[in-house]
Write a protein that binds this ligand. Structure first.
Ligand code: MTE
Length: 300
């Protein structure tokens, strides 16, 4: 039942899109006391100003559609996302072919406003809609000897003009350690700003790991494999010196060709200053314990 406030406004008057807002979980990062403590804290809504829809959907990296920032928006309409099937295999109780609807059935859709930091040193803030990856993995049942999750993007030369070029080792592949994949911040996004996720952003379903460089957040996923070995990834296969498996955002570990100490916010205007890069992209309180005792310069 709608809550009636003393001044006679009912909740629906204040929140015209109650589903969208009721489910809003704003994860701001550094200010948060802990993952769950940070959720649904209205004060956090002020802390992060999302980028515009135009910024988020016109300045993209999706090399299957070209390597320029505007190529995905121009070309990704060619990707046919109808009847999308995701194969789940490896060390799972229920391997098989799943539709997106199968994978998310019964799960709670949330909105999460996350910082997003590309390894190229630009940054955005994106209001994602989606699901915790953990809930999806619980559904298929991870076997106890699994240690990693590998992901693969569709490879469709007829629809993806960029895969003619050997800029990466296709299909685009990524991976996470199992504890990273099960972390409550890790999500599978199916929307942005409450609308279905556009093709250039990874329709119909993509990974979002907000404390890692954006290339870990693999788009348009067709395969999820549970394994006990660290899976090869497209970027580390093509250049292991520049792109490691972990790729946690870290201002103290520079890319061999540029500094990671600062970042530029997309949409920041003409006089946009560079801002300091935050450790784990601002999610240090939530995720630093995943890497206790690890040398983050060695495992970059
Ligand atoms: N996934 C696939 N399949 N292909 C890609 O080229 N680019 C990655 C990542 N996921 C990429 C991908 C990189 S480098 C970044 S920064 C983000 O997607 C960009 O996501 P966005 O376009 O939604 O901002």
């Amino acid at each position: 039942m709608a809550h009636r406030w003393e001044n006679n406004l009912i909740q629906a008057d204040v929140t015209p899109e109650p589903l969208w807002l009721n489910r809003r979980k704003v994860i701001g990062g550094a200010l948060c006391a802990g993952v769950l403590g940070s959720i649904a804290n209205p004060a956090m809504a002020q802390a992060l100003e999302p980028n515009s829809w135009e910024d988020i959907t016109n300045y993209n990296n999706y090399y299957e559609f070209g390597t320029n920032k505007e190529d995905p928006a121009a070309n990704a309409h060619r990707l046919n996302t109808a009847d999308w099937v995701i194969e789940v295999n490896g060390m799972v109780e229920e391997p098989g072919l799943y539709s997106v609807a199968d994978l998310i059935e019964g799960l709670t859709e949330e909105e999460r406003i996350y910082r997003f930091r590309c390894v190229e040193a630009w940054a955005m803030v994106v209001p994602w809609n989606g699901f915790e990856l953990k809930d999806i993995l619980d559904k298929v049942g991870v076997q106890s000897d699994a240690k990693y999750v590998a992901f693969e993007t569709a490879l469709r030369p007829d629809e993806m003009p960029g895969v003619r070029y050997n800029v990466l080792d296709w299909p685009y592949r990524e991976g996470l350690r199992l504890d990273e994949a099960l972390h409550p911040l890790t999500m599978m996004a199916t929307g942005i700003y409450g609308k279905p996720i556009p093709n250039q952003n990874g329709a119909p379903i993509r990974l979002v790991v907000p404390w890692k460089y954006g290339f870990k957040s693999i788009k348009s996923i067709v395969r999820i494999t549970l394994t006990d070995k660290e899976p090869p990834t497209s970027w580390s296969t093509s250049n292991s010196r520049e792109y490691g498996f972990y790729s946690n955002v870290n201002p103290a570990v520079n890319h061999p060709r540029w500094s990671q100490a600062t970042e530029r916010k997309i949409g920041g205007g003409l006089f946009n200053r560079r801002h300091p890069t935050l450790m784990f992209n601002g999610y240090e309180n939530e995720v630093a314990n995943l890497y206790d005792g690890m040398n983050l310069k060695k495992f970059f």
